[in-house]
Design a protein around this ligand. Structure first.
Ligand SMILES: [Zn+2]
Length: 165
């Protein structure tokens, strides 16, 4: 799916979770950041065009929608995010609660994997097992993807109203 669709879907997911745990703004921003990370395995993706070398290396070694679109990738990003935030908190002596930031990244990353599972090509959720899992028939740049994106935006708007009013 397009990065705009991932941003919209992650925003909706983050606002659902914010109803229960609060922090709607930090969850919104961090989940949107997390939602673009899995496509670092593609040199022409939104993030792939902004990061040198890494996307090509990942794509050549693993392929597209494999390790970065798996539970293993989700776990890896969770650990990396925790370590980076712990180091930042310790070295900068910040007194922020970073659990919401980690939760947002994990939600965004997970929402990306879920959204890509609606593509007929599917994802390698249990990588390194080669099986691909698909939940739907929403093709890239199709009218169905546009509809999925618009519905996600509508839900986000509704939920932001719930969280902020
Ligand atoms: Zn993807």
């Amino acid at each position: 799916m397009r990065y705009e669709t991932h941003l919209a879907f992650s925003a909706a997911i983050s606002q659902v979770v914010a109803i229960f745990v609060g922090e709607p703004v930090s969850l919104l921003l961090t989940s949107m950041l997390g939602s673009i990370l899995p496509d670092i395995d593609h040199p022409n993706s939104f993030i792939g065009r902004r990061v040198p070398l890494v996307p090509t290396m990942i794509r050549n070694k693993f392929g597209h929608r494999t390790v970065t679109h798996s539970l293993q990738g989700l776990f890896g990003v969770t650990v990396i995010t925790l370590v980076v935030l712990l180091v930042l908190q310790t070295s900068l002596k910040l007194s922020i609660s970073f659990l919401h930031l980690v939760l947002g990244i994990v939600l965004g990353y997970g929402s990306h994997i879920l959204a890509d599972a609606f593509n007929p090509t599917g994802i390698c959720l249990l990588y390194p097992k080669p099986n691909r899992y698909s939940l739907g028939k929403i093709r890239l740049n199709s009218p169905q993807e546009t509809y999925f994106c618009l519905v996600s935006l509508c839900f986000t708007a509704l939920l932001v109203r719930v969280n902020f009013c």
